[in-house]
Design a protein around this ligand. Structure first.
Ligand SMILES: *[C@@H]1O[C@H](CO)[C@@H](O)[C@H](O)[C@H]1NC(C)=O
Ligand SMILES: *[C@@H]1O[C@H](CO)[C@@H](O)[C@H](O)[C@H]1NC(C)=O
Ligand SMILES: *[C@@H]1O[C@H](CO)[C@@H](O)[C@H](O)[C@H]1NC(C)=O
Ligand SMILES: *[C@@H]1O[C@H](CO)[C@@H](O)[C@H](O)[C@H]1NC(C)=O
Ligand SMILES: *[C@@H]1O[C@H](CO)[C@@H](O)[C@H](O)[C@H]1NC(C)=O
Ligand SMILES: *[C@@H]1O[C@H](CO)[C@@H](O)[C@H](O)[C@H]1NC(C)=O
Ligand SMILES: *[C@@H]1O[C@H](CO)[C@@H](O)[C@H](O)[C@H]1NC(C)=O
Ligand SMILES: *[C@@H]1O[C@H](CO)[C@@H](O)[C@H](O)[C@H]1NC(C)=O
Ligand SMILES: *[C@@H]1O[C@H](CO)[C@@H](O)[C@H](O)[C@H]1NC(C)=O
Ligand SMILES: *[C@@H]1O[C@H](CO)[C@@H](O)[C@H](O)[C@H]1NC(C)=O
Length: 677
């Protein structure tokens, strides 16, 4: 016993003395954190990059690549080579970090393998599913003496692969004795987590074989975690049956019809005991993302896809911009309070069928008027498009328009709201099915209006104008009373439209525009001199309008006989001749109430008086028309100017039938109202 105890240290010492000259430490164990300046045996298309990255294959098809430790290692101690003093054991422990970058996301092949082979001669090895280490005739042959741990990314049915993402133990052939889908046991979570071999991410694989246990363990894990304590594969296997004395260790990889870059980042190997785990931080990094240019087909597909997407985006964008442009509006902060009156251009566009010419109701002094139907309410509307380039004064004008929208009178065309676009103002009114009065008076297409209808229209318009002048919270001047601005509703009631619109011109940049507010023939003489619009000028225009309705002709008709060109002069002439009824519309064929006709003609003359103060107010006009006022009480002391004298005016008044002169309107009060404006 004692000798044994003493001899053991001696033997150990002796062993090391003998061992050292024959074997370098590297022959039995080595660790490569990257392969820079290593002396690996490379074959096929394998190469080592300058950063130390070992690339077994690139994405060339049907290629193989090999990298082996250049010296053979002793495995099976059975053979007779007694001369060797190497520790001949079947045990080995290794781990390495690999990365597989497929040519297309999740499409690559075929795989790589850790190989223990009796020879470095692989010229017979076939690519693709044979991984470069077997061929069709030797696959599975017991004489191969090859152990391979495959990392396979293609499911090859002829070698009974379980899937396209597995790790297997191959003995002498590619039909794995044991294989499992790539996964690792997460100790933290207490469950297996699957891994994607072709993710391009580095992965750590451990292969351990203990000769005593005869247990071959294969363990896979991401590089971010240490070695899991449960192996992926654990197989009882007696390698002495398969491995001969002298074996080479290394890697093989192959591509097929599909290809991947196969990389080995680092490798640790030990036959004496557990191999040190690699320090992942020291390893070279594989290129992460494949560039599409490497495959012209993919590049073409990607380029076409990008082109299609770009074209789609452009078309969509252009459509969007076009639609935006088409329906673009101008909206300013100050308009928020008018929200309810603000129409959306798109809705108006749709209501008027895109402002189609078929929907055109007429072209007025301020722009075109279109008929429309609001899809939301089925309400019929008339949309007046007023071109207006001036921003200046727009705020005031819109404010006025909105306040006009609050006017409610049965003889006014209801303004529903507005919309603004660049250089354009859109005014939305109630639709008047019978159109404008002038078409009835002068047009041939419309049926003639009888006197009853005409008189009712006159009274209606007068009452609407009176409302504007005196009955609303503020004085509203119409500025453009004329037959073409009087619209007829379904019951042929006269309704004043376009009120206040002439004002738009006052706000315009064009200083001349002041002069065109109103219409020739309806313009009071003082208006053309001063440019100042008053209720008197509205009354003047209303006088011209009354004559227009009674006589069925326009205030000025240049093609007539010289004495008839100006309507008011002609009517006045008739009156002077004592034959005022001669001026009445011939189309009435004498079918009228004489008193009413006379009243209208004379009142028309009176309203057309060149001296504003001589003209009656709208309230008085209303009273005359209703037969409630005595015309003789009206003031007529003003200086005589214009077409007829104040004496003549008083004569006109006094000749108005007394049946119409019932009530009395104090002239002082009416004057004070006028002066107050
Ligand atoms: C690898 O070796 C080459 C020279 O052989 C050297 O230029 C290069 O810097 C080395 N790279 C690394 C990562 O050590
Ligand atoms: C792969 O490597 C071989 C040999 O280095 C080379 O001829 C071939 O062009 C490479 N293929 C690609 C796709 O990089
Ligand atoms: C070699 O094999 C023999 C039996 O075949 C065994 O007794 C011996 O321990 C082995 N040597 C080593 C170093 O494993
Ligand atoms: C297969 O490989 C063996 C060597 O292991 C070789 O003898 C044989 O000729 C090869 N067969 C083919 C078809 O390449
Ligand atoms: C994890 O996978 C291994 C090998 O496939 C299996 O033996 C083991 O039972 C699995 N463990 C769990 C917790 O699913
Ligand atoms: C193989 O794994 C089993 C189960 O985890 C373990 O008991 C055994 O020691 C391992 N053997 C080696 C050589 O790692
Ligand atoms: C491996 O598989 C082959 C073929 O199925 C079989 O002959 C052999 O016995 C298996 N080896 C082990 C260790 O399971
Ligand atoms: C390994 O050694 C054993 C004896 O221990 C022998 O029976 C076997 O044939 C050897 N295996 C190989 C592949 O040489
Ligand atoms: C092999 O397994 C045996 C028995 O479990 C153990 O005593 C021995 O240390 C192991 N060898 C190595 C190198 O891990
Ligand atoms: C090999 O194993 C021995 C014994 O466990 C250990 O001392 C040595 O550091 C290991 N070498 C490597 C490179 O893993």
């Amino acid at each position: 016993m004692a000798t044994v105890v003493i001899s053991l240290p001696f033997l150990v010492t002796l062993f090391f003395i003998f061992k050292l000259p024959f074997m370098s430490a590297q022959n039995d164990q080595f660790i490569y954190n990257g392969f820079n300046q290593t002396n690996l045996h490379l074959d096929g298309i394998a190469k080592i990059h300058s950063n130390g990255l070992l690339q077994l294959t690139n994405t060339s098809n049907q290629q193989v690549g090999y990298a082996f430790y250049p010296l053979p290692l002793e495995f099976n101690n059975s053979s007779s080579s007694s001369s060797s003093v190497l520790p001949r054991s079947l045990s080995f422990f290794t781990n390495f970090v690999f990365a597989i970058v497929p040519q297309m996301p999740m499409l690559g092949g075929h795989g790589l393998a850790f190989v223990i082979s009796p020879s470095l001669e692989f010229t017979y090895g076939v690519a693709s599913q044979y991984l470069g280490i077997f061929n069709t005739s030797n696959n599975g042959s017991p004489t191969n003496n090859i152990l391979a741990i495959e990392v396979d990314t293609v499911k090859s049915p002829d070698v009974q692969d379980i899937d396209s993402n597995h790790v297997g133990i191959d003995v002498n052939g590619l039909v794995s004795n044991e294989s499992a889908p790539a996964s690792y046991f997460s100790g933290q979570e207490g469950k297996n987590r699957s891994m994607e071999l072709m993710s391009g991410n580095p992965m750590h694989l451990w292969i351990d074989y203990n000769e005593t246990e005869k247990l071959l363990n294969v363990t896979l894990a991401p590089t971010s975690i240490p070695k899991p304590n449960q192996p992926l594969l654990s197989e009882h296997i007696d390698l002495s049956q398969y491995l001969s004395e002298s074996m080479y260790v290394g890697f093989s990889a192959a591509t097929g019809a599909v290809a991947s870059d196969h990389y080995i980042l680092g490798w640790s190997f030990n036959k004496s005991g557990q191999a040190q785990s690699l320090d992942v931080s020291k390893l070279p990094q594989p290129p992460q993302h494949r560039k599409s240019k490497e495959n012209p087909v993919i590049r073409m597909i990607i380029i076409s896809l990008i082109t299609v997407v770009v074209v789609l985006v452009l078309v969509t964008g252009a459509t969007f911009i076009w639609r935006r442009k088409k329906y673009e509006e101008i909206r300013e902060d100050w308009e928020s309070e008018y929200g309810p009156h603000r129409f959306i251009y798109k809705n108006l566009y749709k209501a008027t069928k895109g402002f189609s010419d078929k929907e055109l109701l007429g072209v007025g002094g301020f722009g075109k008027v279109y008929k429309g139907t609001l899809s939301s309410s089925n309400r019929q509307i008339a949309v007046k498009k007023v071109s207006h380039d001036s921003k200046q004064g727009m705020k005031e004008f819109v404010a006025e328009i909105i306040s006009l929208g609050r006017l409610r009178h049965r003889n006014l065309v209801q303004l529903l709201g507005y919309c603004r676009r660049k250089g354009e103002l859109l005014l939305v009114y109630d639709y008047m099915p019978n159109g404008s009065l002038d078409k009835f008076l002068y047009g041939n297409d419309k049926s003639n209006l009888d006197w009853l209808q005409r008189f009712r229209i006159l009274k209606g318009v007068a009452s609407g104008l009176l409302y504007l002048h005196e009955e609303w919270e503020q004085v509203v001047l119409h500025r453009d009373v004329k037959a073409s601005n009087v619209l007829l509703d379904a019951e042929l009631n006269g309704r004043l439209g376009d009120f206040g619109l002439a004002r738009l011109c006052d706000h315009g940049d064009n200083s001349e525009s002041t002069n065109v507010a109103g219409t020739v023939g309806y313009l009071a003489p003082e208006l053309t001199r001063t440019g100042r619009v008053t209720t008197y000028t509205d009354v003047f225009a209303f006088g011209a309008f009354m004559l227009e309705v009674a006589c069925g002709r326009k205030p000025i008709e240049p093609q007539r006989l010289p004495e008839e060109v100006i309507l008011v002069d002609w009517v006045f002439g008739c009156w002077r001749k004592g034959a005022i009824l001669d001026a009445s519309d011939a189309r009435l064929e004498g079918n009228y109430v004489v008193e009413e006709m006379e009243l209208v003609l004379k009142l028309g003359l009176l309203c057309s008086h060149s001296t504003p103060e001589v003209r009656p107010s709208m309230r008085q006009v209303m009273q005359f028309l209703d037969g409630n006022a005595d015309l003789q009480e009206l003031p007529h002391e003003s200086a005589c100017v214009g077409n007829f004298t104040s004496v003549e005016a008083s004569e006109i008044l006094s000749s108005i039938p007394s049946s119409f002169g019932m009530g009395l309107t104090p002239c002082s009060s009416s004057n004070s109202i006028l002066n107050g404006r």
